[in-house]
Design a protein around this ligand. Structure first.
Ligand SMILES: [Zn+2]
Length: 353
């Protein structure tokens, strides 16, 4: 018995001895296991609170190594690592309530309006073969260029048109009642009731009224503007053109060599309401040519610029461009084509075709 007891004691002995001998090692191992357990518990808890009911069910198929943490983040602490694939769509996410509309952080660039060239207008195209589109109230710009190479896109009326007799003072303007003109004598096409009266751009007409008032005070005669001398509709302008080329098939073939007086329906600035053929009863334009720039007008087709404008000299055709531009053009001695090229940093001399 004593020996067996002794053996039993002896059997326990090595363990005890081992424990006693390696006590520090055992404790270290236990502490490490304990720490590992705590870390695991904390990690599991964290994961759980972030994705309630989702983390385990959605295997996030396309994300690979990045796993559950970042893509489903509800937003309040957006990490820089968030959705490197451009999170805007995240097409694989089902529409569960946890999928928040996290489009904001992707910094969608606010579209800044592209700067347009000086004098450019959205109603004008340089595509000479473009078919004009039927539209009313198309936008105008006081510096818009309408000529042989810059055509209007639309056939309807521009914005800002009013009747001449609504603005022009009867002391300076002789009113022609278009309705009194017999139909057979009309050179204009009535598209609708609005065409029964001469119309023009209101701002331009107000400036014209000031100019004509001062011209009268300086001794000029009254002004007469015919039905087709201010705004013209497309049908009228195009009819002028067709009449002309029917008689002269080569008319306008090379306007910069042989400047014309008539242009196609969408190449005339009479269609903008900013151009006016001003007839002075006594026919002396000196005062008006000298002073028009002070009122925002230019003589649109000067004698020395016919190769630039493609239009013959017209001492009666005035165009409203606004006071600032008119003053600058007067100073520089430029016509509209040259002024716009100059402002856009282009070669002005190259315009002489
Ligand atoms: Zn004209």
């Amino acid at each position: 018995m004593a020996t067996t007891q002794h053996r039993k004691r002896k059997k326990k002995h090595p363990v005890k001895r081992f424990l006693r001998k390696h006590f520090a090692l055992c404790m270290t191992v236990m502490v490490l296991i304990f720490i590992a357990l705590i870390v695991l518990i904390i990690y599991a808890f964290k994961n759980d609170s972030k994705t309630p009911g989702k983390a385990k069910t959605t295997p996030t198929p396309t994300k690979g190594a990045t796993t559950a943490v970042t893509p489903t983040e509800p937003g309040n602490k957006q990490t820089p690592t968030d959705s490197p694939t451009g999170s805007a769509g995240n097409p694989t996410d089902p529409p569960t309530p946890t999928v928040t509309p996290t489009e904001a952080p992707t910094s969608t660039p606010t579209p800044t309006p592209t700067p347009t060239a000086f004098g450019e207008c959205s109603s004008v195209t340089t595509d000479l073969d473009a078919e004009p589109i039927e539209m009313d109230n198309w936008p105008i710009d006081y510096l818009m260029l309408v000529n042989w190479t810059h055509r209007l896109k639309y056939t309807g009326d521009p914005e800002g048109l009013v009747r001449l007799d609504e603005v022009l003072d009867r002391n300076v303007y002789i009113i022609q009642d278009p309705i009194s003109v017999p139909e057979k004598d009309r050179d204009y096409v009535i598209v609708d009731d609005r065409d029964n009266y001469s119309r023009g751009n209101r701002v331009a007409l107000e400036a014209l009224n000031r100019m004509c008032t001062d011209a009268r005070a300086a001794g000029c005669s009254q002004v007469k503007i015919s039905q087709t001398g201010a705004y013209r509709n497309y049908a009228t302008q195009n009819q002028f053109w067709i009449n002309r080329i029917t008689k002269e098939p080569n008319y306008g073939k090379d306007p910069y060599k042989n400047p014309t007086r008539t242009v196609p329906g969408n190449a005339s600035e009479h269609r903008t309401g900013l151009g006016f053929d001003i007839w002075l009863i006594e026919y002396d334009y000196k005062w008006m040519h000298t002073n028009c720039w002070k009122y925002g007008f230019i003589l649109r087709y000067p004698e020395k610029k016919t190769k630039v404008t493609g239009i013959q000299y017209e001492q009666w055709h005035f165009r409203y461009v606004g006071e600032e531009a008119a003053a600058e053009m007067h100073e520089l001695g430029y016509c509209l084509e040259e002024y716009i090229a100059y402002k856009n940093g282009e070669d002005v001399a190259a315009l002489k075709h």
